[in-house]
Design a binder for this molecule. Sequence first.
Ligand code: DOR
Ligand code: ZN
Length: 353
Amino acid sequence: MTKLTIRKPDDWHLHLRDGEMLKSVLPHTSATFARAIIMPNLVPPVVTTADAVAYRERILAALPKEHSFTPLMTLYLTEGTDPDDVEAGFRDGTVTAAKLYPAGATTNSQSGVRSIDKVMPVLERMAEIGMTMCVHGEVTSADVDIFDREAVFLETVLAPLRERLPELRVVLEHVTTSDGVDFVMGAEKNLGATITPHHLMINRNAILAGGIRPHYYCLPVAKRESHRLALRKAATSGDARFFLGTDSAPHVDPSKECGCGCAGIFCAPNTLECLATVFEEDGALDRLEAFVSLNGPAYYRLPVNEERVTLVRQDAPVDFPAKVMAGSEAVTVFDPMRPIHWNVERTACPQGN
Ligand code: DOR
Ligand code: ZN
């Protein structure tokens, strides 16, 4: 196959940040994607419906005129979140989901949740109204090995929560382990999972073997090869419970290339091209559309996109920019460590990034 036309995809997990960074990175998503679930971990975080309205306006103001893109807003759950505000935001269509960050799990998660008990009233309300909880599925205790934090979270936090509140619709974000895949496949209802392009393409060797490569460091951290293969199988299977969430998470280079670098991989500029490569490698190009354009809307009970995008296979490897500028600082683009031969016919990006 050398040409593939599919419904326009959506990104069910995206960090756009704010200010200069927002202006620089947004066109890389809006050139290809129709919608994205926008992560709320700004400083300060997006905690109320009013915060989400204001942030959505800043996103739309930064959108290139030629692009049509709908940001789907999320609220950052804190132990002080007001269930009435969440319900009002969901009912009027301002917010699509709420994100649960265990406090301290990742970038700007300090105001996240320490005890599930404290957010039970809001989770119960969400279950009642059919609103999705997106969850960063890692425990944070210092005594749990970083490579085990997802598996331990499933067993000690998510399984008990789902037993307590089976009607709550949950998306296990950026699943990185075979344990996570098995957990999702074992669920009968109300559980889906997003998978990133990078977790389908790299394992932990990319970060640590032959030198430390901070641009491959994200959270949850990439695991060993057997886990990557389990993720590939899930993503390319067509199983409706798995869909794309890029977790594209830009940080300027000085924040990555230092003694204590931030977690996050900026993959928005080449996500679809990388995924076409992955699905081709696994003989599953016919299931790419399910993963990027159909399964997500079905889970979120939203219509699929009517527009189409075309992917074209070319002999010469596609030349991606290695960096994107955010003001005067560079942000490194995900390097998939192999030639990519699939190109996307995309809307021109006037910012020229
Ligand atoms: O690698 C990550 N970066 N994982 C997250 O959960 C957060 C994200 C960020 O905001 O930088
Ligand atoms: Zn994220």
